[in-house]
Ligand binder design. Structure first.
Ligand SMILES: [Zn+2]
Length: 347
């Protein structure tokens, strides 16, 4: 071998090792980037709502985690599953996930909590898949899957046909149409999402809910039909607006605030004649009042969000037929204003 050739070989080796070094550096950079990305993902998981559930439910946490792994579900679904368990059984009895029905058996035929959890999580996993929930953060689709846990998988197709997003009205409509089809007096729990979400709380929710109302008033009923406006009526003063609605229509908070009265209005205590009635303080100089309800779905001291369901339309108190009487007040016990310009600001 000549010297020139040896020098050339050394040169080739040098160039090769240079490239190997570059490759190693690039590989390490990829690792670093992956670690950072992984870290970001983990942080996001920590922002998931917490499960505000009882000790009776929490005792099964390890069983849920095992079932989540067995069904290859994202670990972030743990808290919503605990919340479902809280709603289904409160952790009492054996069929804690009320899962026997999802196997086509009669209710309460599962005799071990662990078997109920395995079946319940398996069923939940199938609903998450068929509703195409992108992950525990995908709350819109998660609500469709969770409502289907109560209604059955048929609700997913129904939701997809009607906008793809869960709404309380959609759940109500599905429940009514199923009841009619089956000839049953009622079908499932159309308020299942509201019921489960009581136990599934965003960590910053309390902070959000302490906030005063935004100032914009939302209509308290869907498909509102004004049957009586604000002003003089039958020789007295009608201090609110009436929405003629069927009994059981959902009534929601017009703005965020704190419930200051929730009960049957007794004469002499400021709410006589209002029947089952709710007063909310929006902490911005306004209160709203909702009267004549059949059922109250809130209680004094509760912090409610705008649009949160507080009761159902009825005809309690001084009322001649099913309707919601709503008032907007500038003082807790009076100073009613005409709600129309607040509820229909563009008109
Ligand atoms: Zn009225």
């Amino acid at each position: 071998m000549g010297i020139a050739f040896r020098l050339k070989m050394i040169g080739v080796v040098g160039v090769l090792s240079f490239f190997i070094c570059i490759l190693v550096v690039v590989y390490q950079l990829i690792l670093v980037v992956a670690a950072v990305a992984g870290g970001a993902e983990e942080e996001a998981t920590n922002n998931l709502p917490i499960a505000a559930v009882s000790k009776d439910v929490l005792q099964y946490q390890a069983d849920f985690e095992e079932a989540i792994r067995a069904n290859k579900l994202d670990a972030g679904y743990l808290n919503i599953l605990l919340a479902i368990c809280m709603q289904e059984s409160g952790g009492h009895g054996d069929d804690v996930m009320q899962a026997s029905e999802s196997m086509g058996d009669a209710p309460n035929t599962i005799s071990k909590a662990q078997a109920s959890i395995q079946q319940g999580v398996k069923y939940f996993a199938s609903l998450v898949k068929s509703a195409k929930v992108k992950g525990p953060q995908d709350e819109d689709r998660l609500k469709v899957a969770v409502q289907a846990y109560n209604f059955g998988g048929g609700f997913i197709g129904y939701a997809n046909k009607h906008g793809g997003k869960y709404t309380p009205e959609l759940a109500q409509a599905f429940s009514s149409s199923q009841a009619i089809q089956l000839g049953w007096p009622k079908y499932g729990d159309p308020l299942y999402i509201e019921h489960v979400w009581r136990y599934y709380q965003t960590t910053n929710e309390t902070e959000d809910m302490e906030q005063e109302g935004t100032g914009s008033f939302k209509l308290p009923v869907s498909n509102p039909k004004v049957t009586s406006g604000f002003g003089p009526r039958w020789g007295t003063m009608h201090k609110g607006i009436d929405f003629g609605q069927p009994i059981g229509s959902l009534v929601s908070a017009s703005q965020a605030g704190t419930v200051e009265f929730a009960g049957f209005g007794v004469r002499g205590h400021g709410f006589g004649g209002y029947g089952n009635c709710v007063l909310i303080n929006h902490h911005n100089g306004y209160w709203t009042l909702y009267a004549h309800m059949s059922i109250l779905r809130t209680s004094v001291g509760q912090k409610v969000k705008q649009g949160q369901i507080i009761g159902e339309v009825g005809s309690t108190g001084d009322s001649t037929g099913p309707h919601l009487h709503m008032e907007i007040r500038k003082e807790k016990m009076g100073s009613q204003v005409d709600p129309v310009s607040y509820l229909y600001p563009s008109s």
